[in-house]
Design a binder for this molecule. Structure first.
Ligand SMILES: Cc1ncc(COP(=O)(O)O)c(C=O)c1O
Length: 346
């Protein structure tokens, strides 16, 4: 593995904890989290529960664990989770829904990771003895592989109401929920009120080294705690890392708008480079997907050439690339990266 690139646009998970965040971590008051006795973790959980308007929240080591615990709580083995075809839980979580919750994934052909109530209804199975039980609706906001798209809250409401009518629980993968919140101006609680469970990732745009926080009602969190232990996610003096989360919620939320501005700027610059295909108008938050097929090079070749010039951008498809802005990326770096990309693909 290599050291971080000078201009690291690979992912918002590549952020470095700031000096002030590290100070907050070093000074955290700690206790035994497994016994509910870590005051800093408890404080973080209260903050997230309040932010999302839920009864309780639970600190976990990762976002993937937030998803899989929610699936495990809501579903029985053999049940189906209804979600968009691009869902992170399908493609990037090592098959955990099948391995650890025993569920099947029923996919919807959405647009940029989003879909409507009618499509959701069509995906729900008829209640017959010989078919799987549709148990859970799982949305992703922002949608990662959908291009960082923001679900309008009205659409969330429509889809969730339809799911409730069909007897499904509603879960949202909120890895980048606060990006959706600052971009749309919709308070997190307005999204969360349509959901039975949702979570925030601390280790993405918020700049923390570790962690996600899952929220729901009291009964959900109580059941979730059992799986947290079972999956090896119960911790001890977790306040050391929870302190980073508190710092991030107090200091790093509003500034996510800067990341979105930088992403749009990068998209506009990319749109001017011959051979690169991108619809800059679709870039809403901090994820910038583009295609390099027209340059005659593969995504991997472009990625490698960029890395040699100090710019790290991933290639999730053969010619599809993804650049991600975050708090360690300045506007000047965007200009420099765009210049280097233009040179590399020319
Ligand atoms: C949409 C989405 N969900 C879940 C995750 C998993 O989060 P974590 O890396 O904290 O496990 C990610 C990580 O990239 C993601 O983008």
């Amino acid at each position: 593995m290599t050291a971080p690139a000078r201009i690291d646009l690979y992912s918002d998970t590549h952020t470095q904890p700031s000096r002030a965040m590290r100070d907050a971590m070093a000074n955290a008051e700690v206790g035994d989290e497994q016994h509910g006795a870590d005051p800093t973790t408890n404080r973080l959980q209260e903050m997230v529960a309040e932010l999302l308007g839920k009864e309780r929240a639970m600190f976990l080591p990762s976002g993937a664990m937030c998803n899989i615990i929610a699936y495990r709580v809501w579903c029985q083995p053999g049940d189906e989770v209804v979600c968009d075809k691009t869902a992170h839980t399908i493609h990037n979580e090592t098959g955990a829904p099948a391995a650890m919750a025993g569920v099947m994934m029923r996919t919807i052909e959405g647009e940029r990771g989003m879909f409507g109530a009618d499509q959701m209804r069509e995906a729900v199975r008829p209640k017959r003895r010989n078919v799987p039980f549709s148990r859970l609706l799982s949305l992703e906001n922002t949608s990662n592989a959908g291009g960082g798209s923001v679900w309008p809250v009205g659409l969330v409401q429509e889809v969730c109401e339809a799911a409730a009518d069909e007897g499904l629980k509603r879960h949202m993968d909120g890895a980048r929920l606060l990006n959706a919140v600052v971009e749309s101006g919709t308070p997190a609680v307005e999204y969360a009120k349509h959901l039975d469970s949702t979570w925030l990732d601390l280790s993405k745009g918020l700049g923390c080294p570790i962690g996600g926080v899952l929220a729901g009602d009291d009964d959900f969190i109580e059941r979730a705690f059992r799986f947290k232990h079972q999956f090896g996610g119960a911790m001890r003096q977790s306040g050391i890392v929870a302190a980073a989360g508190i710092y991030a919620l107090e200091n790093n939320v509003e500034r996510l708008k800067d990341d979105h501005e930088n992403a749009r700027k990068l998209a506009r610059r990319l749109a001017q480079i011959p051979g690169i295909a991108i619809d800059a108008s679709e870039v809403e938050t901090n994820l910038v997907f583009f295609d390099v097929a027209g340059t005659g090079k593969s995504g991997a070749e472009v990625s490698e050439a960029l890395l040699a010039r100090g710019v790290h951008i991933g290639a999730p498809g053969s010619t599809r690339m993804r650049a991600v802005t975050h708090l360690d990326i300045s506007e000047n770096m965007i200009d420099e990266a765009a210049d280097i990309i233009a040179e590399v693909v020319s």
